[in-house]
Write a protein that binds this ligand. Sequence first.
Ligand code: PBE
Length: 268
Amino acid sequence: SAQGSVGEQVDHKIIGIDPGAGLMKATEKAIKDYGLQGWELVEGSSAAMTAELTQAYKDKKPIIVTGWTPHWMFSKFEMKYLEDPKGAYGKDEQIHTIVRKGLKEDQPSAYAFLDKFEWKPEDMEKVMLDIADGKKPEEAAAQWVKNNEETVNKWVEGIQPAEGKKLTLAYVAWDSEIASTNVVKAVLEQKLKYQVELSQVEAGPMWVGVSNGDVDGMVAAWLPTTHEDYFKKLGENVEDLGPNLNGTKLGLAVPTYMNVNSIEDLKK
Ligand code: PBE
């Protein structure tokens, strides 16, 4: 077309996120598997990526981002994943809750709730969307807890409040994990009377922190694929409480106004 190839339109750039994200590793793999020589994966952050996407979308400009589900970008914008016939991004997986060894004995109430915590993609999306629309994460989380009293009460049923005990949760500033971690904090504080501190770190330090006991836990482990490397290295030293969310997806995402459907088309 008059605009040239998709590569020319976007200056052969894929807008990525933080380098510790499994999504970045998967995208490096996609670049290799699909033979996208000359393409650059731009490092940044979850927030920088969505800021760039928001601006491009407003201007109806072409852009390719590293995307994932659950994410508010798919409700605020008309977006599509590029087909991935080679399976570079792996299959659908789960988000797991991971805690430090010994938490069960030291903090049985927190442990019992974290073990029980499980919600749906649409729950997480609701909180993410409120934050994207300008609510503070704590406010969006408190609102969700208020609107979902029945679900929340089931999570904490029969668990003894901890009366001011301290707990630290690690997370990465990914939009999905900002949402989940703040909801878990709200429940621990409101329902179980914990004093929760959130530690915002990169993906590597998040895993290391739980494995060496510096933090008590996290709800941000994407397994078995996205955080496979971290789990292989540190999985022995943590306790995996299993999935807290089912129904994820990773890939390259573009606005639907772009005339491209598959990662294979980026070669042209
Ligand atoms: N993400 C969101 C993370 C996990 C949560 C898909 C950007 C990643 O490690 O890629």
